[in-house]
Design a protein around this ligand. Structure first.
Ligand code: DX5
Ligand code: ZN
Length: 227
């Protein structure tokens, strides 16, 4: 299925001292979704924020909250994130032994379900859960930190996952090191949903953010047209 391009700024790169205002600023700047990176210092070597922060910023925009859980275990917290205002909840295939069950729980909570794959995880990890997911998130850096460099090794995986998805209504999201310079390449390989942290929150104002989002979107649309 062919979806239009979605740009999902990651608030990990926002000014945390003014987080609510930053969410409002990217909303005004044309963000499609708000990408929330939750890190536990265990599954990934960094700690970011949890469900209370998501709940606090939820009223600042009506846009889709795309919650990326880099936590293990994830299952005990799924309901809390659903109640905090997540629209999409993505768990890592590497985070627990019962991915199929985690995905069932997310959908039973009335939310869209996503699976994320670290760079070293092959696409076969999602082959048998395709009927349970709304989104696949391909990590194009090793998760844990913003501002890292894009891993070219993931382009081929994006291409393979695009094929695996076939006609299903599943979005293919990429996350990590995405810029206006590589957005066309990931979209040409099959990504339709682009997360960007540092490349969006460059500059100070909503006007700067709008220019950054527009540049990534234009490049991605051009890449999608090459598919
Ligand atoms: C990495 C996070 C990403 C990251 C993206 O662990 O999942 O969402 O914040 O940031 P940039 O775009 O700066 O790589
Ligand atoms: Zn993320």
């Amino acid at each position: 299925m062919n979806f239009g391009v979605v740009i999902a700024p990651s608030i990990l790169a926002a000014d945390f001292a003014r987080l609510g205002d930053e969410v409002a600023a990217i909303d005004a700047a044309g963000a499609d979704w708000i990408h929330c990176d939750v890190m536990d210092g265990h599954f990934v070597p960094n700690i970011s924020f949890g469900s209370d922060v998501i709940k606090a910023i939820r009223p600042r925009t009506a846009k889709t909250f795309d919650v990326h859980l880099m936590i293990a275990p994830a299952d005990p917290y799924l309901e809390t994130f659903a109640n905090a205002g997540a629209d999409i909840i993505t768990v890592h295939a590497e985070a627990g032994p019962h991915l199929d069950r985690s995905l069932q729980v997310i959908r039973a909570l009335g939310k869209q379900a996503g699976v994320s794959l670290c760079p070293a995880t092959p696409e076969a990890a999602i082959e048998h859960v395709l009927d349970r997911i709304d989104l696949v998130l391909v990590m194009t850096v090793n998760p844990g930190f913003g501002g890292q460099s894009f891993l070219d090794s993931q382009i081929e995986k994006i291409r393979r996952i695009r094929k695996l998805i076939g006609n299903r209504a599943i979005r293919l999201e990429v996350d990590g090191g995405i810029t206006r310079d590589n957005a066309a390449a990931v979209a040409a390989a099959g990504a339709d949903t682009l997360v960007a942290g540092s490349a969006v929150f460059r500059g100070k104002s909503s006007a700067d953010y709008a220019g950054n989002i527009a540049a990534i979107r234009e490049a991605a649309q051009a890449g999608q047209a090459r598919r």
